[in-house]
Design a protein around this ligand. Structure first.
Ligand code: GDP
Length: 490
């Protein structure tokens, strides 16, 4: 009997490619659309923060088990062109998929980029339309919240590694004092769930844009604390991945149409914004941001042309300024490139869709329950609680995967109870090793409690497997019992 369990990634990735293929095929008849996963306002409280778990699950279920997930999220003030940008992202991803149409996952390396002058991807369509993220029409207050594209995109990098990509639109107000706490919550949740966060700003990066980001600095401090109290085990990494300022209607270009030079100007601009300021608090804000994000970058898009903001603009490509389109092309290639598009990492580990779903749920509940921005320790607690839950699930999945193979309901072979006990013990050790490798931060007591849950649940599972096995005993019913002498004599 082979009780060597597959490694951690394999447990959940059975038939993954098939699922990827079938999920996109099955969805061909359903038009994808943005799903609202967080909404603001209810009948009795217009500022209530509501998480729509059912909608999130519908999206996550489309991702094959075991696949890693990149989350590209755009956040910023109303009517600054976020949805318009996301609709272009959808068009670009669609182009990547169809230009490699013999494969189901889009290659992240675009073959258009081979130096041969061909029609550019954005020249192949007449209009961006309004079927993606709805980018025009009045953005009413009730659309505030977080939206996720209902259909994940599946991509493959140059090494042949596959992952899912989720696109998120975070609509906050950023302009109304009374809702500052909600605005901050939306911003906060978007930062926690994304691997590539795009902070869309109008014309320039302002001090309040930077302060929004500095809110996480305490979390970052806790997360990187080298040695904490007995209670806590923590890691030593910057907690968040990419934060990119996307400046719209960029007015700083000196050298128009030399795109490499323009990108250099963007980087210089960021350096200038980030560079040390004399005032101590301004300098602190910058240091705090640097401690939170592994990469901080900046890109600028020029004004798209006078027709674009007009009411009657229908997304016609011919009406959009050429420089804007060329910069947009470069931007799409940059965001969806092998170098930049990375799976979401939480405390040092790339997470799968199921795990990410658990984190998003924990974070959303944390924001839904609090009247203001959660304390850093609450955020770390929610993260470690979700991490512990994921560790428990992975450990149990590991055990059941192998046990079902050797003694599950579909097995025909009877195993001697002593041997089954031995298998159980060995598998328990392996499962606890999986648990220990995942549950690596947060309160030691909470980790210990979850470890005990794994042990208890595996013992319960074993009872079931043992009785299934007993039912297959060919001698069942024919056992002879040793009768104690005293009883026999009586
Ligand atoms: P959102 O509220 O941030 O999602 O903004 P939308 O994407 O819905 O766009 C709001 C308005 O701005 C629409 O009329 C767009 O046509 C227009 N728009 C889109 N991108 C840009 C841009 O880069 N600059 C300007 N000035 N307007 C834009």
């Amino acid at each position: 009997r082979d009780i060597s369990s597959k490694d951690e990634d394999d447990i959940t990735s059975d038939n993954n490619v098939d699922t990827a293929l079938s999920s996109s095929v099955a969805d061909n008849n359903v038009m994808p659309e943005p799903f609202q996963i967080v909404s603001i306002g209810s009948a009795d409280d217009k500022f209530a923060f509501t998480f729509h778990e059912d909608k999130l699950n519908l999206i996550m279920q489309k991702i094959p088990p075991g696949w890693k997930v990149a989350v590209v999220s755009v956040v910023g003030a109303f009517r600054t062109g976020k949805s318009f940008l996301l609709s272009w992202f959808l068009t670009y991803l669609h182009h990547l998929t169809t230009s490699n149409n013999e494969k189901e996952e889009a290659e992240l390396v675009d073959e258009d980029n081979d130096g041969v002058t061909k029609q550019k991807w954005f020249e192949t369509i007449d209009s961006i339309g309004n079927k993606g993220f709805h980018w025009r029409g009045g953005k009413e207050r009730n659309t505030t919240g977080i939206w996720m594209w209902s259909q994940p995109h599946f991509v493959r990098n140059d090494k042949g590694e596959t992952m899912a990509v989720l696109l998120v639109d975070s609509q906050g107000m950023f302009d109304n004092e009374t809702t500052m706490a909600l605005t901050t919550s939306i911003f906060g949740l978007s930062t926690l769930l994304s691997s590539y966060q795009i902070y869309n700003v109008d014309k320039r990066i302002q001090e309040d844009n930077l302060q929004q980001l500095a809110l996480f600095s305490e979390y970052a401090r806790l997360a990187v604390q080298a040695d904490s109290t007995e209670q806590e085990v923590v890691l030593d990494e910057k907690p968040f991945q990419t934060m990119e300022f996307l400046v719209r209607d960029w007015q700083h270009f000196e050298e128009e149409e030399d795109y490499d030079q323009m990108e250099k100007e963007m980087a210089d601009y960021l350096d200038q914004v980030i560079s040390e300021r004399e005032a101590k608090d301004l300098q602190e804000t910058r240091e705090q941001i640097m401690a939170c994000f592994q990469t901080i970058s900046c890109f600028g898009l020029s004004h798209p042309g006078l027709d674009v903001p007009k009411k009657n603009f229908q997304g016609e490509v011919a009406k959009i300024d050429d420089i804007f389109l060329n910069l947009l092309d470069r931007y799409c290639r940059r965001v969806f490139s092998v170098e930049n598009l990375k799976p979401k990492i939480i405390h040092g580990r790339e997470v799968t869709a199921v795990e990410l779903g658990a984190y998003i749920k924990a974070y959303a509940e944390m924001f839904a329950n609090g009247a203001s921005f959660p304390e850093a320790s609450t955020m770390l607690e929610a993260t470690s609680a979700a991490n512990n839950t994921n560790a428990v699930n992975m450990a149990i999945a590991q055990y059941k995967d192998t046990m079902s193979r050797i003694a599950g309901p579909k097995c025909n072979n009877y195993i001697r109870p002593k041997e089954l006990q031995d298998d159980h013990r060995q598998l328990m050790t392996k499962s606890l090793a999986v648990f220990d490798s995942v549950a690596t931060f947060g309160s030691k007591r909470a980790i210990e409690g979850c470890r005990q849950t794994v042990i208890d649940q595996l013992n319960d599972e074993f009872e079931v497997y043992a009785s299934l096995n007993a039912g297959r005993n060919p001698l069942a019913g024919f056992e002879t019992y040793a009768i104690p002498l005293s009883v026999a004599a009586a």
